[in-house]
Ligand binder design. Structure first.
Ligand SMILES: Nc1ncnc2c1ncn2[C@@H]1O[C@H](COP(=O)(O)OP(=O)(O)OP(=O)(O)O)[C@@H](O)[C@H]1O
Ligand SMILES: [Mg+2]
Length: 451
């Protein structure tokens, strides 16, 4: 997927995000640059550092959304972390290196899923054989020592025949009601749960996994339906077919070459004049971030991971602090700054209707499952957008998120009554919108609590 041109990337993003052209361009270029870098001769390739980006803009204007969609497009390992969640190394909490570990974990899952897809067909075949073994054990043939076998070849031939008959019935789904007994891995380890509390998540080694591998793998026999058995066996066979080491090294390679870390809320750790309290730690977190963004080696469960070429996209509202409040070294690591604009009423109209996941589409589809057909008139959409703007101005500007609260409120009645409205067709026009929302919008106090 990384072959998309910047223009195509922007076009893809346009399907979900309205406006914010500058930000889209910046991330599109960054993504394309990774692909360009891959094509360079090795010596030069190592020299090209990713151009990390800071997205600056008020809340709810699409910063996170852009990053999320971008990651999907890139098919690259992607994590989103809140900068404000980290604590300085040495303090209780998550240290910044954990983001690289998370990224690697994710990449391993990603590669594994791909590999499993590749061996699925073979795994299914093997699972079928094992299932047939279970349904018709070969050892059931009489093998009493000393007693002469009545025409050995004949039994074998008929056994094979029976097996094929069984296979046919299995494939036709005629055995679906039967159950077989399976040896399944017992994953539950009740004791370990006690240890792995909140403070443990940042640990270098996953305690659970460590203990898990120390304890003998417990298995238990379970009776399962044929369909379920097929699934379990296929999963087991697939696990056996893939090369774990190859998966790990490919995952590490992907993280190093194309990983993307989205550092949200970066403004929350800005603030240089360290006085007391959390500020001290904030600066510490910024310092800890430096080596990771600049390039260092992080020890993960899957081996050492270099962070030199991981792309970092930071985002923050920067209401109180400014990008210039970040420590200078860190500012230098994010050479690209893009600003996202506040959303206007026209933007709201488009956000409500245009994106592939537009809210109006979502609600219409949801209610359609109850056979209630919603029809939004154009002036209703305008009215909704205007209301969102008005409430954003009167209370707090939470950007497009306001649309969620407003729509939820608008459709509250219908959502509740829908099951009883079977087959109804509801037209939502401006008058309906006004009727449902006006009271609340008019009273600033009310809207503070409800919308
Ligand atoms: N420009 C836009 N086009 C379409 N949808 C948008 C846009 N901006 C925001 N949204 C919608 O609003 C929601 C919130 O947006 P998002 O999470 O990107 O906000 P943000 O800019 O990251 O805000 P914050 O600073 O609070 O993290 C998203 O679910 C998204 O669907
Ligand atoms: Mg966000």
């Amino acid at each position: 997927m990384e072959q998309l041109t910047p223009r195509q990337i922007v076009a893809e993003l346009d399907k979900y995000i309205i406006g914010q052209k500058e930000a889209k361009r910046a991330v599109a270029i960054a993504l394309r640059n990774r692909w360009r870098r891959q094509k360079l001769p090795a010596e030069l390739r190592d020299e090209v550092a990713p151009k990390n980006i800071i997205m600056i803009g008020p809340t709810g204007v699409g910063k996170t959304e852009i990053a999320r969609r971008l990651a999907r497009l890139a098919g690259a390992p992607f994590v989103k972390v809140e900068a404000s969640k980290f604590t300085e190394v040495g303090y209780v909490g998550r240290d910044v290196e954990s983001m690289v570990r998370d990224l690697t974990e994710l990449a391993v899952d990603m590669v594994k899923a791909e590999r499993i897809k590749g061996v699925q067909e073979r795994a299914r075949e093997l699972a079928e054989e094992r299932l047939l073994d279970l349904l018709f054990p070969v050892s059931r043939l009489p093998t009493t020592p000393g007693v002469e076998q009545p025409s050995d070849t004949g039994t074998a031939a008929s056994a094979a025949e029976t097996r094929e008959k069984l296979r046919k019935r299995l494939r036709e789904g005629k055995l679906d009601d039967r159950t077989v007994e399976l040896e399944v891995k017992d994953r539950a380890m009740p004791m370990v749960e006690i240890f792995s509390g909140a403070g443990m998540e940042g640990m270098d080694i996953n305690m659970k996994e460590m203990l898990g591998s120390l304890l003998p793998q417990r298995t238990k026999r379970r009776k399962v339906k044929i369909g379920e058995a097929q699934r379990i066996l296929a999963q087991e066979e697939a696990d056996k077919l893939i090369d774990v080491d190859e998966v790990r090294s490919e995952a590490v390679r992907r993280v190093e070459d194309s990983g993307i870390v989205f550092l949200d809320e970066i403004d929350k750790i800005a603030g240089r004049d360290s006085g007391h309290g959390p500020d001290v730690s904030r600066q510490g977190v910024q310092r800890d971030l430096l080596p990771i963004v600049e390039g260092c080696t992080v020890n993960t469960k899957y081996g050492l991971v270099r962070t030199d070429h991981i792309l970092f996209i930071a985002a923050g509202a920067f209401h109180v602090s400014k990008p210039s409040d970040l420590i200078p070294e860190l500012q230098g690591r994010f050479p690209l700054r893009v600003e996202l604009a506040s959303l206007t009423q026209d933007d709201f109209v488009r956000i409500l209707t245009e994106p592939q996941n537009a809210l109006i589409k979502q609600y219409t589809a949801l209610l359609e499952t109850e056979e209630v057909k919603l029809d939004f008139t154009e002036d209703a959409i305008q009215e909704l957008a205007a209301t969102a703007c008005a409430v954003n101005q009167a209370t707090e500007n939470i950007g497009a998120r306001r649309l969620y609260t407003i729509l939820e409120r608008l459709l509250d009645e219908i959502s509740f009554e829908a099951p009883a409205m079977h087959g109804a067709q509801v037209t939502i026009n401006a008058a309906y919108v006004r009727e449902r929302l006006q009271e609340i919008v008019k009273s600033e106090d009310l809207s503070r609590y409800i919308l």
